[in-house]
Design a protein around this ligand. Structure first.
Ligand code: AHG
Ligand code: MN
Ligand code: MN
Length: 345
């Protein structure tokens, strides 16, 4: 019998320290911040897993800044993440989907600004379908007075220093990037640790899956309608019809797109003239991840990461995924915008 070389498990903590050690001048603060988020993610994951057996599940009766019903777990995730960030004192402000304005932390001198979607896909909580958390980290511009201003948080996605997501699915997965590849971890519940499973995830250049809420078909631009019809046409050579997959939790739809390839679209429509998804804590962080994995993300015209934000809760349309699929849908959008502009909303 030949002795098999045993793969050594690498935990999220170890991985972060190893990465930090490769930069001799690093202060360790960003590493600490990522570890804090990792700890909050474990606590949220535990609570998500028992949501059905405790009374945490269900509406808490209030609505968030977008007028959407807030579920109890959203608030739980929000407070866990914010208190984890408060603990290490290196974050000066947090912007969260669940809070109208900026949340100033007690350490106003902290040099990081963190955006959060504490619980993404929350309409799926009650039906035991995957949900997630999203984070996006910026460096604060130095100020003489050390005061914390909302304006400092309005930076384009290209300035993110790190971003990631946690997916509470059939297992709990954490993905993050600091601008050098995307690393993927899976939570081993018996160890209580995130274990490294891929240090350099790459998205397929092309995929045979499209992901969009097709219920809104009648209110799309004609170019998008034609693209979706193209996805559905039969053509064995190009692998069509493509498969339709739509979970309704952006984190879960993007995670599948990262691993299997294809495209995820949330366009503008009559109901959502600027798109529905939030630029700063949904689209920017997930676009950073997808680009780092070799994919593309646009609003139909421009790269998502180049958008200059005007408000912390602003929305944007998004076309994101495998580079060939994203370029292809953009061709359709451009072609039909020129040919049949009267069909544009
Ligand atoms: P959230 O639960 O954080 O408000 O996000 C829900 C978002 C996103 O996760 C998902 O892709 C999208 O809403 C689904 O919207 P539709 O139900 O309009 O398809
Ligand atoms: Mn969300
Ligand atoms: Mn949310």
């Amino acid at each position: 019998m030949t002795a098999q070389k045993e793969e050594r498990l690498v935990t999220l903590e170890e991985f972060i320290i190893q990465a930090q050690n490769r930069f001799p001048g690093a202060t360790g603060e960003l590493s600490q911040l990522l570890r804090d988020i990792g700890l909050a993610a474990k606590i949220i994951s535990r609570e998500v897993n028992k949501a059905g057996i405790t009374n945490i599940l269900g509406f808490d009766g209030s609505t968030n800044v977008h007028g959407e019903a807030v579920k109890k777990l959203d608030l739980f995730a929000d407070s866990q993440l914010i208190s984890a960030l408060e603990r290490s004192g290196i974050t000066c402000m947090v912007i969260s989907e669940e809070n109208d304005g900026i949340v100033k932390l007690s350490t106003t001198g902290g040099k990081y600004i963190v955006y959060l979607d504490p619980l993404d896909g929350s309409s799926n909580i009650d039906v035991n379908v995957s949900i997630g958390s999203i984070f996006s980290i910026y460096m604060r511009e130095p100020r003489f007075d050390n005061a914390v201003h909302e304006q400092d948080a309005l930076q384009p996605g290209s300035k993110q220093v790190a971003a990631g997501y946690v997916l509470y699915g059939s297992s709990t997965t954490l993905a993050y990037t600091t601008g050098l590849n995307v690393s993927l971890f899976t939570l081993d519940p018996s160890l209580g640790e995130f274990i490294l499973c891929d240090r350099c995830v790459k998205i397929p250049k092309h995929g045979n899956i499209y992901s969009i809420n097709e219920g809104s078909y009648n209110s799309w631009d004609v170019g998008l309608k034609r693209y979706i019809k193209y996805c559905q046409e039969e053509d064995t050579e190009s692998g069509r019809p493509y498969s339709a997959r739509y979970i309704g939790s952006m984190v879960a739809d993007i995670h599948r797109t990262l691993i299997k390839g294809g495209i995820f679209i949330y366009p503008h429509s009559k109901k959502y003239p600027n798109g529905k998804l939030r630029l700063m804590y949904e689209c920017n962080p997930l676009s950073f991840i997808i680009e780092q994995a070799g994919g593309m993300a646009t609003d139909g015209e421009n790269r998502i990461l180049d958008i200059e934000p005007k408000a912390i809760h602003e929305q944007t349309p998004i076309y994101i995924g495998s580079p060939e699929n994203v370029k292809h849908v953009m061709d359709f959008l451009h072609e039909f915008a020129e040919k049949e502009p009267e069909f544009k909303i």
